[in-house]
Design a protein around this ligand. Structure first.
Ligand code: FPP
Length: 250
C-alpha cells in the first residue's frame, strides 16, 4: 500500500471528489474459470454479472460514466465457442436493458466498429441507442466497447474527418484536439479520470488510446469476476490520493 496508508484509508472514498468517468478493462475471466476447473465461458458469464453489479454501484455512487472493454478488435482470434459465448452474454444483457433502462434511467452506448457484429446484436444495440436518446444526458451512462480498438477508433475518426474535408465541410488546418475528439466514439464524453485493470496485467491493450492521455491508472491482482464494490472503492480512493498536475507544477 505504501505512503503510510492504512487498510481502512485505502478504501475511503470522498463522494465530493468522484471521477466523472471510470473505465475498466474487464480482465481475468478465463483464469478465474480455469482455476475452478470450469470452461472459460463460465468466467465470462461471471464477468457479465460483475459488470451489472459494478455499473449499479457506479450509478448509485454518482459516477456519471462507466466504460468497459467487452470485446477488442483482437479478440476474434479466440475460439468460435468463446466468441459466441461473449456475444450471447451481450445479447442477453441488451434484452434485459431494453426492459429496464428507462425505469432505472441508465443510458447505454457502444464504442467500436459494429459492422462485423451479427445483425441481431446490432438491432438490439440500435434499440438501446434509441432509448438512450430519450433519456436525460445527465443520467448515468455505461459505454460498452465491442469490436473496439483504440487505434481503430482513431483511424475511423481520421477517415470521417478526411471525408468531411473532401466534402468541403471542414478544412485540415481547423483540426484541433477538441474538434478531433468529436469524431471519436467517445464524442461528447469527458476523458476517463481513472482506468482500472484487474487481474495483475500492467498493459493498456489498445484501450482508449486517445482518451487516456491524463488518466490515472489503477491495477489490482483481483480477477474481474471477483472484483466488487470494495475493490472499486479502493481504486477510487487511490485515484483521490494522486497528485494530478497535467504537466504543470503546483
Ligand atoms: C477478458 O478476460 C475478458 C473478455 C475478453 C471478455 C469480457 C466480456 C464479458 C465480461 C461479457 C460482456 C458482457 C457484458 C454484459 C458487458 P480474459 O478472457 O482475457 O481472461 P484471461 O486473461 O484470464 O484469459
Amino acid at each position: 500500500m505504501g505512503n503510510g496508508t492504512t487498510d481502512r484509508q485505502a478504501g475511503q472514498v470522498d463522494k465530493n471528489r468522484l471521477p466523472r468517468h471510470i473505465a475498466i478493462i474487464m480482465d481475468g475471466n478465463g483464469r478465474w474459470a480455469t482455476r475452478r476447473g470450469l470452461p472459460r465461458t463460465a468466467g465470462h458469464k461471471a464477468g457479465a454479472e460483475t459488470f451489472r453489479r459494478i455499473a449499479t454501484y457506479c450509478k448509485n455512487l454518482g459516477v456519471q460514466y462507466l466504460t468497459v472493454y467487452a470485446f477488442s478488435t483482437e479478440n476474434w482470434k479466440r475460439s468460435e465457442t468463446e466468441v459466441n459465448a461473449i456475444m450471447m452474454l451481450l445479447k442477453r444483457y441488451l434484452l434485459e436493458a431494453i426492459d429496464t433502462m428507462e425505469k432505472d434511467s441508465i443510458r447505454l452506448r457502444f464504442f467500436g466498429d459494429m459492422t462485423p457484429i451479427s445483425p441481431d446484436l446490432q438491432a438490439l444495440a440500435h434499440r438501446t441507442d434509441e432509448i438512450t436518446d430519450r433519456l436525460d444526458s445527465r443520467d448515468f451512462q455505461a459505454n460498452i466497447c465491442l469490436n473496439y480498438g483504440g487505434r481503430d477508433e482513431i483511424l475511423r475518426a481520421v477517415r470521417r474527418f478526411a471525408a468531411d474535408c473532401a466534402a468541403g465541410k471542414r478544412r485540415p488546418e481547423e483540426l484541433d484536439e477538441a474538434s478531433f475528439s468529436g469524431y471519436l466514439d467517445s464524442a461528447g464524453i469527458p476523458d476517463p479520470e481513472l482506468i482500472v485493470r484487474p487481474s495483475g496485467e500492467l498493459r493498456l491493450s489498445n484501450f482508449l488510446l486517445w482518451q487516456c492521455a491524463y488518466s490515472e491508472f489503477y491495477y489490482t491482482d483481483t480477477l474481474w469476476p471477483d472484483f466488487d464494490e470494495a475493490e472499486l472503492d479502493r481504486a477510487i480512493a487511490a485515484y483521490q490520493r494522486r497528485d494530478r498536475r497535467f504537466g504543470g507544477v503546483k
